[in-house]
Design a protein around this ligand. Structure first.
Ligand code: ADP
Length: 618
């Protein structure tokens, strides 16, 4: 994985090192030319050849400087490896003349000249070792050209001292080759360490950037969330204070109470949206797939939004489809609801279209929600999926939403294994699209739109055991359930609950808070209560845990125990619908459950009953 970047870094460093020495080498070679010409000056053998040889040497030296200047001016003209090869070619041309010109020494009458020339060559070889030893090609082409002719000519002189000189030269040749090899290994290690360090620094910088962005996003999230939560709270505070006004008429009181209820509902909806997102983030939302007709889901969601669309003068068109898909209808319904609600909200006139397209897919296809609305500028396409981000609501008017719909949709689609895509431009409407898997018509168990069997949907006469260590919550729950006609027994802990059962109270439902006194959890209490109920032969009792806890491990444990969970704050309507659903299912028997999300038999909350105030269809 890292081999290529390292080789490239080695090459880049080699180019730097090789070319950095060239101006010095240029001067050295002029000095060498001058010295060699000077020592041969008294007796120049084969003058024409000599002039040609040294002219070539001087020209090659100038060409070498030309290459250096070219590299300096246009360093990116060729790849680093090519610069290295060009430098090696320069070396071959440059060292050819001094290496071969020792032949003149052996054809001169001066017996000292071969030794003097050899000393000059050894000096040049030492320079090559220092400046080109890092690169095998530059080194391996220059050194033999410089030294081999000299070794051969000294050996072929057949005298004792020349043979010794040839042996010393050969030893020098081998030694600098060995040193150069270890020199290269060291060089590579240094470059590797530098690249690693650079890589580390870059990844640290990238991580820092991600952390900073995450922290910024979190700050934005909390700023927007606290604003959106404060607004209704502030209104509730003011309205509640006005309830104390002795001059207010009963109808004004009723109006104030109505406003308070509406603000509480708004607050509750916001909480639910945030909790929904948190649940999706924490991974406790279960996907329960089934085979069903897509047209039934379209009909169901379409019916919810047709009145709103009509009220705004918009046509809501649902493309007829015979497609059967294999997906989680409850989660899919939440996706479509969010997309349709946005389409209605951001379309002034024209139409909204929802349909299924195969788009060339053999297995499944895509669901599309399209509108002819205001559209979204391209630069906002990424940001609208951030929590609390809205394109045009700087005053954060809660009536225009909170910017949590699309983040939820995107996470839901991801959870279902797809990818949400958006095509939109200002004034040209928006199209949201995501893939769905094909289902098997032969495996459809029930219609999505079957009406729930109204077996035991009423709460009247039901016996409910409430366990909560907070007296005010116990009081609130008891009076609410009492108003629904339930017979309520409120207890503070597990021991009192067991005593009530032992005393003959046979509950149809047990509601339990999660955090109880004496370090007991609701899950533990419910386990004990269930065991006691079974001992007394009460097999139809449903249990429900109410928690403000979002820790996924806790919820997973509860799901494993088959205990349905509701998250605080729990509205009266949600509690009632959940209880009715649980009683209905208990009445039908667990075996007939078709497995919609968050079934009575368990599931981390969850389900939709808790999450969005709708009942799962079974
Ligand atoms: P909101 O509650 O504000 O609708 P969303 O997360 O659903 O929150 O959407 C975020 C932003 O994306 C909206 O404020 C809106 O500006 C833009 N948006 C979403 N859907 C559409 C659409 N169909 N047409 C135009 N703009 C849209």
């Amino acid at each position: 994985m890292r081999a290529d970047p390292i080789q490239r870094a080695v090459d880049e460093d080699l180019v730097r090192v090789l070319y950095a020495q060239d101006p010095i080498a240029f001067c050295t070679h002029w000095f060498s030319i001058a010295v060699l010409v000077a020592i041969y000056w008294g007796d120049i053998p084969a003058p024409h050849l000599f002039v040609a040889c040294f002219t070539f040497y001087a020209a090659a030296n100038c060409a070498g400087l030309g290459l250096w200047m070219f590299h300096r001016r246009w360093p990116q003209a060729v790849a680093p490896r090519d610069w290295i090869n060009l430098h090696a070619l320069r070396g071959v041309l440059l060292y050819l003349a001094p290496g071969a010109s020792i032949w003149f020494a052996f054809h001169s009458s001066h017996t000292d000249l071969p030794v003097l020339h050899t000393v000059m060559l050894v000096t040049l070889a030492a320079g090559v070792f220092m400046s080109n030893g890092f690169d095998v090609i530059n080194f391996a082409t220059a050194i033999p050209i410089l030294l081999l002719p000299s070794i051969i000519l000294h050996l072929s002189a057949h005298t004792f001292d020349r043979t010794i000189l040839a042996i010393v030269l050969a030893f020098f040749f081998c030694a600098i080759n060995v040193y150069s090899a270890s020199y290269r290994r060291l060089f590579r290690k240094v470059v590797e360490a530098r690249v690693d360090q650079q890589y580390l620094a870059e990844s640290l910088a990238a991580q820092k950037l991600v952390a900073e962005e995450a922290s910024l996003a979190k700050t934005r999230f909390f700023a927007a969330a606290s604003h959106d939560l404060r607004q209704p709270l502030h209104a509730i505070g003011l309205l509640a204070a006005s309830l104390n006004d002795p001059l207010a008429t009963p109808s004004q009181h009723a109006q104030t109470a109505d406003h308070i209820a509406r603000n509480v509902e708004a607050l509750n909806q916001l909480f639910n949206q945030v909790l929904d997102l948190a649940r999706l983030e924490s991974g406790v939302t279960q996907v329960i797939r089934m085979h069903f007709r897509l047209s039934e889901l379209f009909e169901r969601v379409g019916n919810q939004y047709r009145p709103q669309a009509a009220a705004r003068g918009l046509a809501l068109r649902i493309a007829p489809t015979t497609a059967v898909i294999y997906d989680d209808p409850v989660l899919l319904e939440r996706v479509l609801s969010n997309l349709l609600s946005n389409a209605v909200r951001y379309t002034e006139d024209g139409a909204i279209w929802m349909g299924f397209r195969r788009s060339g897919r053999r297995d499944g296809g895509f669901i599309e929600v399209r509108d002819s609305g205001i559209g979204i500028p391209e630069r906002e396409h990424g940001r609208i999926f951030e929590e609390f981000y809205q394109v045009a609501n700087p005053q954060r008017d809660a009536r225009q939403g909170h910017g949590l719909g699309l983040p939820t949709v995107r996470r839901l689609v991801l959870l279902l294994g797809g990818d949400l895509t958006l095509r939109s431009a200002p004034g040209r409407g928006s199209t949201f699209r995501f893939p769905v898997q094909a289902g098997d018509p032969g495996r459809i168990v029930a219609s999505l739109n079957d009406a729930p069997v109204p077996e035991i949907s009423s709460t009247r006469g039901r016996r409910v055991l409430c366990i909560d260590d907070d007296p005010s919550i116990l009081q609130g729950l008891s009076s609410l359930l009492g108003r629904w006609g339930c017979v309520v027994q409120g207890v503070h802990d597990e021991a009192q609950a067991l005593r009530a059962i032992a005393d003959g109270f046979a509950p149809d439902a047990v509601l339990c808070d999660y955090q109880l006194a004496n370090h007991r959890t609701g899950a533990e209490a419910l386990q004990a209560v269930r065991a006691a109920l079974l001992r007394h032969g009460h097999t139809q009792t449903v249990t429900l845990l109410i928690t403000g806890d979002m820790a996924s491990s806790e919820l997973e444990a509860l799901a494993a125990q088959g205990i349905p969970v509701l998250h605080k704050p729990v509205t009266a309507a949600r509690l009632r619908r959940t209880l009715e659903m649980l009683w209905q299912r208990a009445g039908r028997g667990a075996g007939q459950d078709t497995g919609a999300s968050g079934g009575a038999g368990g599931g981390a909350d969850s389900g939709e009953a808790a999450a969005c105030d709708t009942l799962p269809h079974s």
